[in-house]
Design a protein around this ligand. Structure first.
Ligand SMILES: NC(=O)c1ccc[n+]([C@@H]2O[C@H](COP(=O)([O-])OP(=O)(O)OC[C@H]3O[C@@H](n4cnc5c(N)ncnc54)[C@H](OP(=O)(O)O)[C@@H]3O)[C@@H](O)[C@H]2O)c1
Length: 275
């Protein structure tokens, strides 16, 4: 399907299907919080996990559960009794704008735990507890396939997240025929806390509340076991930051390379290889 501007909806409709609950890993702030509020507004009993989720805090009708994905003990012991059947949303994340040479050993360890190993280990517990049917909605990023600079580790981990859930599809559908997975690759969101320290034009980035509405509409209409969707911001003058939705995976962009030497006799930068 080609890129298109999604329709506006103001009043959320109840979601079709058997689901009674939603569980948002990283549902305390930003896009995760908007997704959690959208789940609540659609009549789902909604649990949010995050470091800042206070136990017994029931603000806004969300059930808050503390979880630190960078702490293996927290990942092992945070309660996973959840309302079933349920949506499970993998949203938690943080950004890192550094070259690999600038990245410390501790940053490699912590970001890998936050973006990959922590959620994978937590999902392993959560999915076993939730049984089925379950609908897993994963927020990766357009950074999983776009050419970026000084985002080596972040992009690598987002690509790993996307590859992980694509390959989880046969396992989940074998476990329960009505299980579903939605893989979402958003572009830049107007979430200043995520981009701490970077001077960005947030007026040209996507509103996380609007993106959350689009994601719930896509999930509500999904009939196939797996859907991958790109939600990218328009760069058109006058509509900068408007979300544009397109379906399917994107080929990873190739990295920029220095211009090849043109001097006669210079060695080719791309020697022909035979496989
Ligand atoms: N913002 C963008 O431009 C953008 C673009 C594409 C994709 N994304 C992806 O979208 C997702 C949400 O990002 P956002 O912009 O909404 O960022 P955000 O506002 O900073 O929210 C991040 C969420 O992750 C949780 N989190 C962070 N560290 C955690 C930890 N150690 N343990 C458990 N939870 C943790 C936070 O909760 P606590 O602070 O309570 O722990 C918070 O709920 C991320 O996966 C991000 O990679 C963002």
């Amino acid at each position: 399907m080609s890129p298109s501007s999604p329709p506006e909806h103001s009043v959320p409709r109840p979601l079709p299907g058997p689901f009674r609950g939603a569980v948002v890993i990283g549902g305390t702030h930003g896009l995760g919080r908007e997704l959690a509020l959208g789940a609540r507004d659609r009549g789902l009993r909604t649990v949010v996990y995050g470091r800042s989720a206070a136990p017994l805090d029931d603000t806004d009708g969300l059930l808050a559960r503390p979880l630190d994905l960078c702490d293996p003990q927290s990942v092992r012991s945070a309660p996973v009794d959840v309302p079933t059947p349920c949506y499970v949303l993998w949203v938690a994340g943080a950004f890192l704008k550094k070259t690999l040479a600038e990245t410390t050993e501790d940053e490699v360890e912590q970001l890998t735990r936050l973006l990959l190993t922590g959620p994978v280990l937590f999902l392993r517990r959560l999915l076993a507890e939730a049984g089925g049917p379950v609908h897993l909605i994963t927020i990766a990023s357009s950074s999983s396939w776009k050419r970026r600079e000084r985002e080596t580790l972040y992009c690598g981990l987002k690509a790993a997240q996307a590859a992980f859930v694509r390959n989880l599809v046969p396992e989940l559908t074998a476990a329960h025929p009505e299980n579903r997975i939605t893989l979402v690759n958003p572009g830049g969101l107007a979430v200043p806390d995520f981009h701490t320290g970077l001077a960005l034009d947030f007026g040209a980035m996507m509103d996380p509340g609007r993106v959350a509405e689009i994601i719930w509409d896509i999930a509500a209409g999904q009939r196939r076991a797996f859907t991958e969707v790109q939600i990218l911001r328009s760069r058109e003058p006058g509509s900068e930051g408007t979300p544009e939705v397109s379906y399917g995976a994107r080929l990873p962009e190739t990295p920029d390379e220095p211009a090849p030497a043109t001097t006669a006799g210079a060695a080719s930068p791309h020697p022909i290889q035979h496989h």
